[in-house]
Design a binder for this molecule. Structure first.
Ligand code: FES
Ligand SMILES: [Fe+2]
Length: 443
């Protein structure tokens, strides 16, 4: 059965959403066109390609793309497709191609901006309309590429808001992410954790601000942290961050959730070690920022305490612990999460080591915490595959969220505002109010 725009709009109500949005392959295919074909999507960080010819590969929805550093210092995002017979040009996650790309099939070559450089035995093209200057014989660039403080995004749509406008109030999280460096710069370091989730991509975005799940889903890891702390006679950082999920409901109710257009938002922080004056590492970090920006600004930077930020379609940067969980949908029931950890340039090395520790303890495939989440996501996928019911409830604190300049704020931290906000954007993308991507027209 083919879905009309009316059908799509009917799947999202103000207080609930139909389970088909998580389980229907046809809807997933449409999401690749109407959301990933339009939105600004995070490709990678400029620090991943520091030298001329450095590249890394990524996915924008179902599209394979290459981020590459050119000779003039700029970066490009190109579709990973040779213009001859369409071979995927580079297959590795990252590498260096030197001064040009060379296709592994028949050796067509391309400059780092994707333009056609050459093909063997040129005489063979004599008398044909083959024209190296014709873009059809070059690598196709993404319609728009834009970087915000080193975070490179691309859009497959030629038209639409610029990147900063698209990100709205959530862009302040990228600012704070970088401002925590005394040089205002960050770099990807320490490798990438990869987690393959057996669930739809939207489930993860919803869970990022789902404060009601923490003390329930993570009951066992909280109990383990508390037992271990008892045995040790104290709670070191590693256990403290695991224990945080066990806070009582009253704690979560007091947190603030922000929601912005296009599904973005952020959640107020749980821990803020950088602002803890008793902590020697926090003091050392503060000193580097104070020297760079002055004490008042340094306090402001480290005092900004955010937990997960949502850049809908791209993933979730975490400003306090310098990681970016990049979310790549693979299929209606498969999602790849790639966790990048960043070093704050010029900050004490201990801050980076703490970020690594956080990623290891909380989010890595080997952590005690993240598998709790992945298990419930898979259960949602499996449960929604049954005939046991059709709708997902998003009723909590509906109608109580307040408007603030540029967005909405929860009056209670357990509000399902973030999920309602994501589906408001989803409905707009999918049911016709934002239709310019990849030449797709939605009436
Ligand atoms: S497919 Fe790339 S050169 Fe032939
Ligand atoms: Fe969780």
């Amino acid at each position: 059965m083919s879905l009309s725009d009316l059908d799509l709009a009917a799947l999202v109500r103000p207080d609930s959403v139909h389970k088909r949005v998580y389980t229907d392959p046809e809807i997933f295919a449409l999401e690749m066109e109407r959301i990933y074909g339009q939105a600004w999507i995070y490709v990678g960080h400029e620090s991943q390609v520091p030298q001329v010819g450095d590249y890394c590969t990524a996915r924008i929805g179902d599209q394979h793309v290459i981020l590459v550093r050119d000779t003039d210092g700029g970066v490009h995002v190109l579709y990973n497709r040779c213009a001859h017979k369409g071979a995927k040009l580079v297959a590795a996650d990252e590498g260096n191609v030197g001064k040009s790309f060379r296709c592994p099939y028949h050796a067509w070559t391309y400059r780092l901006d994707g333009s056609h450089l050459g093909a063997p035995l040129k005489n063979g093209f004599a008398g044909t309309c083959f024209d190296p200057a014709d873009p059809a014989f070059s690598l196709r660039p993404l319609a728009r590429v834009s970087a915000y403080r080193g975070f490179v995004f691309a859009s497959q749509a030629a038209d639409g808001p610029d990147l900063a406008t698209f990100l709205g109030g959530a862009v302040t999280s990228l600012d704070n992410f970088c401002d925590r460096s005394p040089l205002g710069k960050v770099e990807v370091a320490g490798g990438v954790f990869r987690v393959l989730q057996r669930s739809n991509w939207k489930v993860f975005y919803e869970n990022l601000h789902d404060t009601m799940h923490a003390r329930v889903t993570h009951e066992s890891s909280v109990a383990a942290a508390r037992e271990e702390a008892k045995a040790l006679g104290g709670m070191p950082f590693e256990l403290h961050i695991m224990d945080g999920n066990g806070e009582p409901y009253e704690f979560w109710e007091k947190l603030e959730l922000r929601a912005y257009d296009n599904g973005h938002g952020y959640m107020e922080g749980i821990f803020n070690p950088g602002a803890a004056e008793r902590d020697p590492l926090a003091r050392a970090h503060f000193a580097t920022l104070e020297a760079a920006y002055g004490a008042e600004r340094a306090r402001e930077i480290l005092g900004m305490n955010r937990h997960n930020t949502i850049l809908y379609g791209s993933g979730s940067p975490h400003t306090v612990f310098q990681q970016f969980r990049v979310i790549r949908p693979l299929a209606v029931d498969r999602t790849l999460v790639e966790i990048q950890v960043f070093r704050l340039k010029g900050a004490p090395e201990g801050v980076f080591r703490r970020a690594l520790l956080y990623a290891n303890i909380i989010n890595s495939p080997g952590s005690n915490v993240m598998p709790d989440d992945v298990e419930v996501y898979a259960r949602c996928q499996e449960g929604n595959g049954t005939d046991g019911g059709d709708w997902i409830s998003l009723h909590r604190y509906l109608g109580t969220d307040r408007e603030v300049p540029g967005g909405m704020v929860s009056t209670n931290g357990t509000s399902e505002l973030p999920m309602r906000n994501q589906f408001k954007a989803w409905r707009r993308y999918m049911a016709g109010e934002a239709a310019a991507g990849r030449g797709l027209h939605v009436a």
